[in-house]
Design a protein around this ligand. Structure first.
Ligand code: HEC
Length: 165
């Protein structure tokens, strides 16, 4: 009995220590900075590649919404699932600050000053992609077009603030 209480207390204190560590690690808002032009340039290559994959999955959905190609539920679900996954990767792939280096980037410096807002806009894209998959799962065909539109507007919302023209 007594041993049981001690064990519980130990687990509790360990959990508390770990969670306070976690909170302090996360509340540290300063982002890591690239320490060489080479590192900055590699980071730019990776994040552009990530967005090219987002683009390649969004392209067919946009064409469906415009009526240029027929609506296809399976493609919508698959591409939305991929965009959801890629969106989740944005937090990590943009984390390294590359300001001050001579790199060819469409990213505005403000990203790393307002990383929380940037991350939330990535989350908005993820949420819209999740929602689109749910529309397909529920056979809500009449809402496919607006669901694709909502996803597309999350691209624009982020680009308007964080991407160079
Ligand atoms: C959270 C912000 C954010 C969201 C959401 C977002 N983008 Fe972007 N996107 C950027 C930024 C920043 C860049 C510039 C990247 C760079 O050059 O460093 C970019 C660049 C791009 C590029 C150019 C990549 C290159 O090779 O230069 C394409 C294409 C693109 N985005 C498509 C999309 C599409 C399509 C969506 C929505 C489905 C989307 N983006 C959603 C922030 C975002």
């Amino acid at each position: 009995m007594r041993k049981n209480i001690i064990t519980k207390l130990l687990i509790l204190s360990t959990t508390l220590t770990l969670s306070s560590f976690y909170v302090s690690a996360n509340s540290h808002s300063e982002k890591p900075k690239a320490n060489s032009e080479k590192q900055a340039s590699t980071a730019v290559t990776f994040r552009k590649s990530l967005l090219q994959l987002v683009r390649s999955n969004m392209g067919p959905l946009g064409a469906m919404a415009k009526g240029n190609i027929p609506m296809d539920a399976d493609t919508i679900a698959l591409n939305a699932q991929r965009i959801e996954f890629l969106g989740g990767m944005m937090h990590d792939y943009f984390a390294l600050e590359t300001t001050g280096y001579d790199v060819e980037t469409g990213s505005k410096d403000i990203i790393w000053k307002e990383y929380k807002d940037f991350s939330e806009k990535a989350d908005d894209m993820v949420a819209a992609a999740t929602n689109l998959q749910e529309l397909v799962a529920n056979n809500e065909e009449s809402k496919f077009r607006s669901g694709i539109g909502s996803l597309g507007s999350t691209c624009k919302a982020c680009h308007d603030k964080f991407k160079k023209d």
